[in-house]
Ligand binder design. Structure first.
Ligand code: PXP
Length: 248
């Protein structure tokens, strides 16, 4: 299969985490998003959590006003978030599971058990022109369910792969990678666009970037952390270089 260009979406949630640690206005996530756009990012991802622990409503307003690249609006499948998404009509809406007690989005969405609810939930978003993406584990049941409910995109959760790599558990890491490889191919064969993300770093990005079916990676925490040391633009450029190096 021929390689399509691999898009890089930058998640700017953790600029807001740093801002909110002091309760003031800085650092400004919209300023980071504009800088990422200028550095060649293909999109910006922001997760408006129910508890507003990082990104807030005003950040979404500012991102919608400022960006010329697409906004991927991450949200839980709640009525409140659906209303906000329908007001803004971002390029893409990525439906993620959300638990208050979690530090980050720990697993993929349970689509198979919630098929009816999710099908009704995403229909108005699709009608409003948003591309609907579902954040899921590399699991055949979930992918087939995402297809049945009418999602256009799945984003594969790369967290288990990245965690196994960080823990030095290379057997698990390789098994996770193999699952993602097979499930990317399955999703593509169903006509779904395939994205991936969560926990990716300079060390873990290339094997995922090498899957020809994957056409977008969404990366946040590592790049925002790396920006402390080398600046946001060079941190993004290095990720882009690593992705391009395996994309042929
Ligand atoms: N994609 C999705 C759907 C996410 O929920 C997240 C984390 O908010 C990311 C990508 C980015 O993950 P990370 O910040 O670990 O790179």
């Amino acid at each position: 299969m021929a390689f399509e260009k691999l898009r890089l979406g930058i998640n700017i949630d953790h600029v807001a985490t740093v801002r909110n640690a002091r309760g003031g206005d800085t650092p400004d996530p919209a300023r980071a998003a504009i800088l990422a756009q200028e550095a060649g990012a293909d999109g910006i991802t922001a997760h408006l959590r129910e508890d507003r622990r990082h990104i807030g409503d005003a950040d979404i307003d500012a991102l919608m006003d400022a960006l010329t690249i697409p906004l991927n609006f991450e949200m839980a499948a709640t009525g409140e978030m659906q209303k906000i998404a329908l007001r803004h009509k971002p390029h893409a809406v990525c439906i993620v599971p959300e638990k208050r007690e979690e530090r980050t989005t720990e697993g993929g969405l349970e689509v198979a058990r919630e098929e009816n609810h999710l099908a009704h939930f995403i229909a108005p978003l699709r009608e409003a022109g948003c591309r609907v993406s579902i954040f899921i584990a590399a699991d055949q049941r979930q992918i087939e369910a995402a297809h049945r409910i009418g999602a256009q995109v799945i984003e594969l959760h790369t967290g288990a792969y990245c965690d196994a790599h960080a823990e030095g558990d290379f057997a698990t890491r390789d098994a996770e990678l193999e699952k993602m490889r097979e499930m990317s191919a399955l999703a593509h064969s169903l006509g779904l666009e395939v994205h991936a993300g969560h926990g990716l770093t300079y060390d873990t990005v290339q094997p995922v970037a090498a899957f020809p079916e994957v056409i977008e990676l969404n990366i946040g925490h590592f790049i925002i952390g790396e920006a402390i040391f080398r600046g946001l633009t060079p941190a993004i450029h290095e990720m882009r270089r690593l992705m391009d190096a395996v994309r042929g």
